[in-house]
Each structure stands twice: as structure tokens, then as C-alpha cells.
Write a protein that binds this ligand. Structure first.
Ligand code: HEM
Length: 489
């Protein structure tokens, strides 16, 4: 059948296509560089499987939003399924079950519902400050604890008090399993599913055996919180949470309740992992940016001082009065996007876009990194410059970045994530100075801008960053306010 030409792309090998060129490491940078040559829609293929990389917001909106009925499926990601992620919204194929899950997420994470979670976010921001003031060497641990604690409190009703908490341990083990399960949809096991039945030593079978080994972790992630909440509900001691609300609705509505226990467990487990590392990563990127750009930090601190004053911490109500802090947060989202190649979509039917043929079943990669560094949108895109969003003449009135995906699969946790990142950044700027650490010879350490290459990009900076208290205040006293009453929502 004749069809228009495929989108442009780099030359490929016979049969294996671009297999040799697409390394699992640092795909975002590779796609970004290729995008400069081949444009905003780029075609690659591996053993006959089509991959279409979208490098501009315009192309992503045109296809993933405006033609959402065709582009909202997900590819099969076999290692994740073997591991037990069979009820995770992130991976569900487009259809009725996807719509039921999506509804659960949208109701629970709706913007007005997220206002109810602000007291949890305020509390955890104060815990974060207290921890950073006590021991700034464990920064990554505290940042991870901040984002995990918020999710666990609202999804499971559990209050984390230490890093030894079983929920934190499960989150750590799950994070390891996810970030080492291979590039999603692109392992040899995905390409040749029969490999899943062969032993680990057989070439190409490794990721299937890795997934089998970590199934226990993912089962625990789903089963442990459910057991806890069911027990607490039986004793009448459960805090209000996503899990308790769904279980109550299930009891109340009987056969009219649309979801199964598997669906409820799957949704809770998905929030747990989709929400923690992404938020933590973005706040780490903010720390890195502050070390490298002290003038931006100073300007944001001045703004907070003049609006909030030195006697209290910033509150969500202050947000509209802190435009530079807002720009600084948006720049942390853009400068090094935490989910750099997005999560792949899949097309259901053949399509033609701007005269290019996109075959049915193509894996569509929304290359967030390419979009946030698009030179047609962002002047000098690799520079960290919060002022770029300010109106002219001071800034260039550039648009805030889109880092939460597109169309019917857009991140349902975006309002929660946005508020968590904001309160953490504003609280840290109000009280701490972030600067370069010095080595044993008294020389400043220049932190490396380097990231891991899983679905979520993480940066580890403990050695290179120093924080010290700029505005003394008593976080313990701030926390009293919360311990004296139940966190309400
Ligand atoms: C800074 C933090 C976050 C970033 C940068 C982020 C980014 C993303 C991106 C890029 C996607 C893919 C969207 C697409 O396929 O077009 C996504 C999907 C998703 N996110 Fe987030 N996210 C963040 C926080 C959260 C939080 C806090 C939650 C939940 C509590 C969450 C839950 C999800 C879920 C369930 C999906 C899959 C949606 C679907 O497949 O329909 N995310 N996120």
C-alpha cells in the first residue's frame, strides 16, 4: 500500500534498524541532538518496531492531545508486567480499565482536593527544614523522605517518622526495582517475548529474570499497606486516605462500586511510586541550580524577605505575591526535566501528520528534554535563567515548560507535585543558604550536572553542596502546631 514518507531520522542498519545507535544510557541527550538535525518529529525503528520521537510541544499537542483517541495507548512493557505491575495506571492499555483508573486518580488529585492536602505538605516542609538544619549531609535522604511522606500520608493515612519506617523501606526497594528494570518497552525481552521463558544467563533474558526476582517487592508494595489499612479500619483507627476512602465506598456501594481490590491496590501502589522520585528529583535539581547560580538564589531570597518578612515561613497564600520564586521553580522544572523522555504512548491506527506517515502501533516518545530545550521557544536554553518567564522588557515572556505530559495520559499528580515542590523550595529559600561545599584543601567543589537514566532522572549531590542557616527560626516550635491536632483533609 502506498503511503506518504515516514518522518526523517538517522540512517539505520538493515534488519536491526537503529538498535546499535539507541543506548539505554542518556537517550534524552541523543534524541535532543538528533532533533536538531531531523526536526520535531523523528522516526527510528528497531527490528521492525516503529519509534516516533516528538521534539516539540507543538507536535506533542497536535498528536497526543488533539488526536488523543489514536495516541493514548501505552506499549507493552514486559519486564514491568512480570514484576507485578499489572494494575498500574501508568502502564495500562487504553480502554475501559484505563478509564476507571484514571477516574480514581482524577477525583483524588483534582485541584480543589489538592487544597486539602496542603496541611500535609506544610508539615512535611517543616520536617524537611528541621532535618536539613540538624544534618545537611543526609540531604538526599531527607528530600526523598519529604516527597515519600506526603504521598504515604494522603494515600495510606500513615505518618512517617523515620527512615526505618517499613513504608520508606518498601519505597526504596521499589525505586531500585523500577530504575534497574531496563529502558521501558525497549529491552530484548520486549522485542522477543519468548526470552522470558529462558534462564537468566541466556543472552537477552536478563531483564525477565531481574523482574521475577523483584516481584516479591512489588507484591509487598501492594499488599502491606492494604493489610495495614484494613486492620486499622476494623479497629476504627484508620486515618482518612485514598485507600480508606476507596474501601469504604466499596463496602457502601456493593456491586455498584466499579473497581476490584486489585484495582484499588494497583492505584495506591502507582501513586506511591509515580509521585515520590519525580518530586524528589525536581527538588534536587533546584539545589543543584542554586549552587551554580547564586545570584538567582539571592534574588528569590530578597523577594521572600520583602513579602513574607523574617518572622514566619512562606505559606501557600503568599505564592501569588512571589513571582520570581514562581519563575525559579518553573526554571527548575525546565532546566533538567525530571522525566526527560516522558512515558511512551502508542498509536492505535495509521496516521498522517504534516505529510509524514506514522504507522499503527508506533511507540511515541514525547521527548520532554528536547521540548524544554527547544531553541525556537527558549533563548539560550541550557542556561538557568528564571527571568526568562518575566514580561518584557525584563524577561522574554517565554512560556512555562510542559513537564507533565500530554492529552489523556497527562500526569494526574501534577497539582499535588507542583504544590509539594513549591512549598519545599520556598521554605528552603526562606531559611537556608545553599552554596558550594569545600574539599579537604579548602577548595570549592564544582558539582557535576549529571543524572541517572531511568524513567526518572536523579542527581546525587551530597558531596558538593553545603547549606547553612540564613534566617534562624525554630522548626520544632513550628511542628508543635501540627502535633497538637490531627492533620485534616
Ligand atoms: C515533579 C513531579 C512529577 C513529574 C515531573 C511528573 C511527570 C509525569 C509525566 C511526564 C508523565 C507522563 C505523561 C504522559 O504519558 O503523557 C506522568 C504520568 C503519570 N504521573 Fe506524574 N509526575 C510527577 C508527579 C506525580 C505525582 C505526585 C503523582 C501521583 C501522586 C503522579 C502520578 C502519575 C501517574 C499515575 C501517571 C500515569 C498517567 C497515565 O498513564 O494515564 N505523578 N507524570
Amino acid at each position: 500500500k502506498r503511503h506518504p514518507p515516514l518522518p526523517p531520522g538517522p540512517p539505520a542498519d538493515p534488519v536491526i534498524g537503529h538498535l546499535r545507535l539507541i543506548h539505554p544510557e542518556n537517550q534524552q541527550t541523543l534524541f535532543y541532538q538528533w532533533g536538531k538535525t531531523y526536526g520535531d518529529v523523528m522516526y527510528l525503528h528497531v527490528f521492525g518496531r516503529s519509534l516516533v520521537v516528538l521534539n516539540s510541544v507543538q507536535a506533542a499537542v497536535d498528536l497526543l492531545e488533539k488526536r488523543g483517541a489514536n495516541y493514548s495507548d501505552r506499549p507493552h512493557i514486559l519486564p514491568f508486567e512480570i514484576m507485578g505491575w499489572t494494575s498500574a495506571l501508568t502502564l495500562l492499555r487504553y480502554g475501559k480499565r484505563f478509564q476507571r483508573h484514571r477516574r480514581m486518580f482524577q477525583i483524588f488529585l483534582d485541584p480543589s482536593k489538592c487544597l486539602d492536602y496542603q496541611s500535609v505538605q506544610r508539615r512535611e516542609a517543616r520536617v524537611l527544614l528541621r532535618n536539613l538544619m540538624r544534618n545537611s549531609n543526609s540531604r538526599e535522604t531527607f528530600l526523598r523522605q519529604f516527597s515519600t511522606a506526603i504521598i504515604i500520608r494522603i494515600v495510606h493515612g500513615h505518618q512517617i517518622t523515620s527512615d526505618n519506617d517499613p513504608y520508606v523501606q518498601i519505597a526504596l526497594a521499589t525505586g531500585y526495582a523500577i530504575s534497574n528494570a531496563g529502558p521501558p518497552g525497549n529491552t530484548a525481552v520486549d522485542l522477543f517475548p519468548f526470552l522470558q521463558h529462558l534462564p537468566a544467563w541466556f543472552p537477552g533474558a536478563y531483564y525477565a529474570s531481574f523482574a521475577r526476582k523483584h516481584k516479591f517487592t512489588i507484591d509487598t508494595l501492594h499488599d502491606y499497606p492494604l493489610e495495614q489499612v484494613l486492620n486499622q479500619m476494623a479497629e476504627g483507627k484508620a486515618n482518612t486516605s485514598f485507600l480508606s476512602t476507596q474501601l469504604e465506598e466499596r463496602d457502601r456501594d456493593g456491586t455498584n462500586y466499579p473497581n476490584t481490590i486489585e484495582d484499588i491496590k494497583g492505584a495506591a501502589g502507582t501513586m506511591y511510586c509515580a509521585g515520590a522520585d519525580t518530586t524528589w528529583s525536581t527538588i534536587s535539581i533546584f539545589f543543584l541550580a542554586m549552587v551554580l547560580n547564586p545570584e538567582c538564589q539571592a534574588r528569590a531570597q530578597q523577594e521572600i524577605e520583602s513579602v513574607v518578612g523574617p518572622d514566619r515561613l512562606p505559606e501557600f497564600e503568599d505564592r501569588p505575591s512571589l513571582p520570581y520564586v514562581e519563575c525559579l521553580m518553573q526554571e527548575a522544572f525546565r532546566w533538567n526535566s525530571a522525566v526527560p523522555t516522558g512515558i511512551p504512548h502508542r498509536s492505535l491506527e495509521d496516521d498522517i501528520y504534516n505529510g509524514m506517515f506514522i504507522p499503527k502501533g508506533s511507540i511515541i516518545i514525547p521527548n520532554q528534554r528536547g521540548m524544554t530545550l527547544d531553541e525556537n521557544v527558549y533563548r539560550d536554553p541550557t542556561t538557568f535563567n528564571p527571568s526568562r518567564y518575566l514580561p518584557e522588557p525584563e524577561g522574554n515572556a517565554e512560556p512555562y515548560p510542559n513537564v507533565f505530559g500530554f492529552g489523556r495520559r497527562i500526569c494526574p499528580g501534577r497539582y499535588l507535585a507542583d504544590a509539594s515542590v513549591w512549598i519545599a523550595i520556598a521554605s528552603v529559600l526562606a531559611t537556608l543558604d545553599i552554596s558550594k561545599a569545600v574539599d579537604s584543601n579548602g577548595k570549592e567543589i564544582i558539582p557535576e550536572v549529571a543524572f541517572t537514566s531511568g524513567i526518572t532522572s536523579l542527581t546525587f549531590l551530597s558531596e558538593a553542596i553545603h547549606t547553612h542557616i540564613s534566617v534562624p527560626f525554630d522548626p520544632e516550635a513550628q511542628l508543635q502546631e501540627f502535633s497538637s491536632r490531627e492533620v485534616m483533609y
